[in-house]
Design a protein around this ligand. Structure first.
Ligand code: FAD
Length: 414
């Protein structure tokens, strides 16, 4: 019983945590109300972002704030009705994004990010899914030489400080790299290190299958039923009540609903995002993912088609879909690539679980014994699942974690 855990949430973070615990000999039951990998981990842009050493800050320039406030953009939109509920965490997000504070945040973030490729490859190799991790990187496309110059400086710094790989492409080299791109751009920054996952859902389920092969269990159940027992924790599942000494909350954007009942209320908020797939006309191809900086969305070649993923939508939890960003992005995407028909009728919607200081929660929940948190990975939860899983499993098994966990401790929000 002592070396046993219920892991709540079977997204990339929960599956990776369960797997790492199982690899260390613990009895593990992974619980989700849906099969593994069907939350935010299902529909993201599939980038294992080795270049993302700087998390997404809250915009601080007045021009940008004014543009977003108009609510007509593609990259960020909001439901006015959501603003009162979001005001407090967004204000804190803004505060943490001030240059000096942000630098400290980015230093802590980079320590996680630099491990992401190795940690994924270790799991994917064992799971037999390494072919999903395409070592092709992704590109940012720019319209002006001034943007290119700024991007070059940023990339040089990321390379110098964090060993991030990149190359700059001028307009001609970009046209050669992507012969079916229908616009001429000044050029591109190609981040060369990231893996582009051809099917993020398949990656998460491959890790879940590895967990099962190693003797871990997955059961359907509702995390809201988590309760204390004398020595540990109990949750109700489709297979009856399950008990374990430890519980891990890896519920992505929903984590706060469970931890709150046990005295811990992190200021989590969601950034929603949509995707839709398109076929390409004729024999056109897209060789690697890109974001066209003037457009503000991502186009990714995936198994299911060209996946268009949107930026941030701020809405009340559970509010119905309002895919205006997709509607605005689609005609622009059609001017960039020879897109044919849509693959699905309905867009997919997922929620990025965000914290105001842009760092995830990885560690013990301070209000309770043997309750652990692994959530709040915002824009990079697919990237950081295995890193988080390993760190948390090391902490739970009282081994020295391979990354100092201090900046990600849950107690910073008390
Ligand atoms: C459009 C978009 C693009 C993105 N692109 C990228 C990218 O390229 N690279 C990257 O690294 N990240 C990306 N992200 C972010 C990434 O998808 C998330 O950070 C990540 O999936 C979070 O993983 P998770 O395991 O914490 O949460 P989730 O995958 O959401 O898993 C949480 C799980 O908890 C379960 N759950 C919730 N409540 C309950 C309950 N009461 N009982 C039982 N189960 C429950 C859910 O069913 C779900 O399976 C993107 C996100 C979006 C929306």
């Amino acid at each position: 019983m002592a070396k046993s855990a219920i892991v709540l949430g079977a997204g990339m973070v929960g599956v990776s945590t369960a797997l790492h615990l199982r690899q260390r000999g613990w009895d593990v039951v992974l619980v989700d109300r849906r099969p593994p990998g069907e939350g935010a981990s299902f529909g993201n842009a599939g980038l294992i972002q080795r270049e993302a050493v700087h998390p997404h800050p809250f915009p601080r320039r007045l021009a940008e704030l004014t543009r977003i406030a108009r609510n007509r953009g593609v990259d960020a939109v909001y439901h006015p009705s959501a603003l009162p509920g979001l005001a407090a965490p967004l204000l804190r997000y803004w505060w943490h994004s001030a240059p000096q504070r942000y630098e400290a945040v980015a230093r802590a973030y980079a320590r996680l990010i630099v491990t992401c490729l190795d940690e994924h490859m270790a799991l994917a190799s064992e799971a037999g899914s390494a072919e999903l991790l395409r070592p092709i990187g992704w590109m940012r496309l720019f319209s002006t030489e001034a943007q290119m110059d700024a991007a070059r400086l940023e990339a040089e710094a990321a390379h110098r400080d964090h060993g991030v790989g990149y190359r700059m492409l001028d307009g001609g080299a970009l046209a050669e790299a992507e012969p079916h791109l229908m616009v001429r751009r000044a050029g591109a920054l190609h981040w060369t290190d990231p893996y582009s996952v051809s099917d993020p859902h398949a990656l998460t389920t491959s890790y879940a299958r590895l967990l099962a092969a190693k003797g871990g269990n997955f059961v359907l159940g509702n995390a809201d039923t988590l309760e204390r027992t004398g020595a540990g924790w109990r949750v109700r599942t489709a297979e009856g009540p399950i008990e374990a000494a430890h519980a891990v909350v890896a519920l992505g954007a929903m984590a706060g609903t469970v931890t709150r009942r046990f005295g811990y209320s992190p200021p989590l908020f969601g950034k929603r995002g949509y995707h839709r797939h398109y076929r390409l006309k004729g024999n056109a191809v897209l060789n690697r993912p890109f974001i066209d900086e003037v457009s503000g969305f991502c186009l990714v070649p995936m198994r299911a088609g060209i996946r268009l993923t949107t930026g941030a939508e701020f809405a009340r939890p559970g509010a119905p879909q309002t895919p205006v960003q997709l509607e605005r992005a689609e005609p622009i995407a059609r001017s960039l690539l020879p897109l044919a028909e849509r693959v699905e009728d309905r867009p997919w919607l997922g929620v990025r679980p965000c914290t105001p200081d842009m760092l995830p929660v990885i560690g013990r929940i301070p209000s309770e014994n043997r309750l652990w948190g692994a959530f709040g990975h915002a824009h990079q939860g697919l990237t950081l699942g295995p890193t988080t899983g390993r760190m948390l499993a090391e902490m739970m098994t009282e081994t020295r974690p391979f990354i100092d966990p201090e900046p990600y401790r849950a107690g910073r929000f008390n």
